[in-house]
Design a protein. Sequence first.
Length: 264
Amino acid sequence: MTHPDMPKPPARDWTVLTLMALVAVLVAASFAALPLKWREFFTVDAIKSVGELLAGFAPPDLSPRFLAKTGWAAIETMSMSALGTLLAVIAGLAFSLPASGRFGRAPRAATRGALNVLRSIPELVWAAILLIAAGLGPFAGTLALAAHTAGVLGRLFADALENAAPLPEQSLRTNGASATSAFLYATLPQTLPQMLSYTLYRWENNIRAAAILGVVGAGGLGQMLKYHLSLFQMQKAATVIVAMLLLVALVDAISFALRRALTR
């Protein structure tokens, strides 16, 4: 028996339980609606076909000429991801100021709506659209990465600015500092480590996306992979796939080292 002065246990949150049940029903309905033929994945013919496909990738093409070509494509993919992320950071910072409510409610709502549009369109769709305007090559891929990532970083930066403690900036303003100086010396230093962490994380994502964007003609390793797979040149495709894996591992290592240095 509970004491009358003891606080009552919190009521069960039926909203959360209802949402979880709806998600479970949606997942079950998705599996039921899709014509998935699970048994065909484990037949003898399927296993034999997979074995023949994997055997066609070995050994990778390690000729010096093709390795040099793959290396240049890897540099192109790295450049697309780095430049796209840099452009997105600049645009995200510009969007984050009005999106954080620093200029009123109306600019906040309008800017957040624009950010939602940018990040709701995947990189592949952006690339397909920009290829019409910019033509084939890495320029369209870079702009596609920048457009999508600007929407993501702009929203994250705006949330970081909104959650920053307002007292330091208010204290500087009270002591006669301008609005710009108070923001640069009080609010921005609070959010800068978080913003840098978001930027590095998005750069990791963009290196993967840049490798895929070549499938629609945006240059880099993805375009090489599509070309050689379409010609059933599996050994050359294997070399490109290995280059993709090494490039992603390199960027992950660089990002991890930078985050570790920032948190010391």
